[in-house]
Design a protein around this ligand. Structure first.
Ligand code: SF4
Ligand code: SF4
Length: 83
């Protein structure tokens, strides 16, 4: 089952300046995307960028991204399998 990656944009309002979670993820699961979509020939304010899971199927649940985040802005949850 695929994990849920929850990002709190109030705690991390400038992921482009930090990027610690993106750099440490051994599986390259995380990416930075914009909340406003592409804007051709327009500069997008830094605060409109957010961290998101872009390759959920590669997540191993190692939690390195959660542990390195200085602002506690990430949570990775795996669904509990029914017995
Ligand atoms: S839990 Fe591990 S594999 Fe999954 S996104 Fe975080 S660092 Fe990457
Ligand atoms: S490590 Fe935390 S503060 Fe840094 S970009 Fe990732 S979510 Fe934001």
């Amino acid at each position: 089952m695929l994990p849920t990656i929850v990002f709190d944009e109030k705690k991390c309002d400038d992921p482009l300046s930090c990027r610690k979670c993106l750099l440490i993820c051994p599986s390259h699961v995380l990416g930075v995307v914009t909340k406003v979509g592409p804007r051709k020939y327009q500069e997008i304010d830094r605060h409109f960028f957010i961290v998101a899971g872009v390759r959920f199927d590669r997540c191993t649940g190692c939690m390195e991204c959660v542990e390195i985040c200085p602002k506690g802005a990430l949570k990775v949850n795996f669904p509990v399998e029914a017995k």
